[in-house]
Design a protein. Structure first.
Length: 456
């Protein structure tokens, strides 16, 4: 399966199954975008515009790549069977409360009508015990602290990290940690702890003040950018100055239909000194006025192409700059289950609410139909676990013949359910957005290879 596309005039051909990317000339493009078979009539048509020797040479090169498995490669996993359930990561919903009231927040944390609850240390510790016992022979496991605002429950975050390290060492496992925070509670004490303990930190900042303040508001209704930015900047400054091992950080923003010029938000964040940036499209029901709609897709596509240009300019000025969704490794990508099943929600990755309830991921927390069990008694809904485990790119009709399947891994289950009422049918809008973002990412990787190659 090959996918032919252009970005900024570059003719690119991806072999989906071998994940080989080729930039081709006009002749090869005409051959590959047609019904290539090497038949005599194909050659006769091309001879009207190209010399016979050039056509023969191009066909020969294509045939060599085919024999090398770099073009028209067969599907490498047609009989894929997912591995048995094995928990590799937990998302601990340590706070159902937030010190902001972001209008697009799916958790509705921080709003007056939301139940405010913090996870007790005992629940968090039982979650750690569950992770250790259900991760089998896996040596590396992960715990994400989420909310709401998880740093509202910092004592439990701190205790859980210490407890998990002890339990992990005793079991021969290494535990990694990630905190997603709006930054308001990044006090000197918290910053020191996160850096010392090599905790990965995702920092929520939507970009320019007007884009951020439109949605990320205080409970009183005011904007939060003025207070958040210096706290995040200080954390990143200390991260940059940290010597020795440390976790990673990403400044993560959300864009809606009200800032479809989100390349400017990327530019703004880089100008603030942030090297690691992510901008995600909002996930929301179509009746929300900020939700992306089908009619927004042409602008979104154009903006990702503009973002590719802005990103390459930033990368050439400072090679440390990273945009999360342009980071594609064509040579050594994710492991097989991750390529085919994504995050592993519902069978390899579980979320834990403040009371210890288990759910497929943080976006399903609170939905009774997706309750899986609890940290005290373990998983009760093995049927639901198996339904998630058996949902992968080969069981999704829309995915099995899609060129992007090994990059997007079938998309987000929660987004699929939100749009279609089924985890087996991915979001059409999400897929359309993802595919063009991937095209831009592949274009960026091709250009970075040129840039870094020219410097070596």
């Amino acid at each position: 399966m090959i996918h032919c596309f252009t970005v900024h005039g570059a003719r690119l051909v991806l072999d989906a199954h071998s994940q080989s990317l080729h930039e081709v000339d006009g002749l090869a493009w005409e051959i590959l975008t047609g019904e290539f078979s090497g038949r005599p009539e194909t050659v006769r048509v091309l001879q009207e515009r190209y010399p016979a020797a050039e056509i023969e040479g191009a066909l020969g090169e294509i045939e060599i790549l085919r024999r090398q498995g770099l073009l028209f490669a067969p599907d490498p996993h047609p009989d894929y069977q997912p591995p048995p359930p094995e928990v590799k990561a937990l998302c601990l919903y340590v706070s159902h409360h937030c010190n902001l009231a972001c209008r697009y927040c799916f958790a509705r944390a921080g709003r007056p009508d939301t139940v405010r609850k913090l996870m007790p240390s005992g629940v968090a510790r039982r979650a750690v015990d569950l992770l250790i016992s259900e991760s089998g022979a896996r040596r590396h496991v992960e715990i994400d602290f989420f909310g709401g605002e998880p740093l509202l429950n910092f004592p439990v975050v701190r205790d859980t990290i210490r407890y998990a390290r002890e339990r992990g060492e005793a079991a021969g496992k290494r535990v990694g940690f990630t905190v997603t925070t709006n930054g308001l509670l990044l006090t000197p004490e918290v910053r020191r702890f996160l850096l010392k303990n090599k905790v990965n930190v995702v920092l929520s900042l939507d970009g320019r003040p007007e884009a951020h303040d439109r949605w990320r508001r205080t409970p009183g209704g005011g904007g939060s950018h003025r207070e958040v930015l210096p706290k995040i900047r200080e954390y990143v400054r200390e991260w940059e100055a940290c010597r020795g091992s440390r976790g990673y950080y990403y400044v993560r923003g959300t864009f809606t239909r009200h800032n479809l010029d989100f390349a400017e938000d990327f530019r703004y964040l880089v100008e603030q000194g942030f090297h690691n940036v992510s901008l995600e499209p909002v996930v929301a029901p179509q009746d929300e006025e900020y939700a992306l709609r089908e009619r927004d897709l042409p602008r979104v596509r154009a903006e990702y192409e503009r973002l590719a240009t802005v990103y390459l300019e930033a990368f050439q000025a400072d090679a440390r700059v990273r945009f999360f969704h342009f980071e594609i490794d064509l040579d050594a990508g994710p492991c097989l289950p991750k390529r085919l099943s994504g995050c592993g929600a519902g069978h390899a990755y579980l979320a834990v609410d403040a009371d210890g309830g288990l759910f497929p991921c943080h976006q399903f927390v609170g939905q009774s139909r997706f309750w899986l069990g609890d940290v005290f008694s373990g998983v009760a809904r093995t049927d639901l676990v198996d339904a998630f485990r058996q949902t992968h790119v080969y069981t999704k009709k829309e995915c099995s013949d899609c060129w992007a399947k090994f990059f997007c891994s079938g998309g987000c289950h929660a987004h699929a359910f939100l749009e279609n009422g089924s985890i087996r049918h991915p979001s059409w809008l999400g897929c359309a957005t993802m595919r063009h973002r991937l095209e831009c990412a592949l274009y960026v990787q091709a250009r970075i290879s040129e840039i870094t190659g020219s410097k070596s």
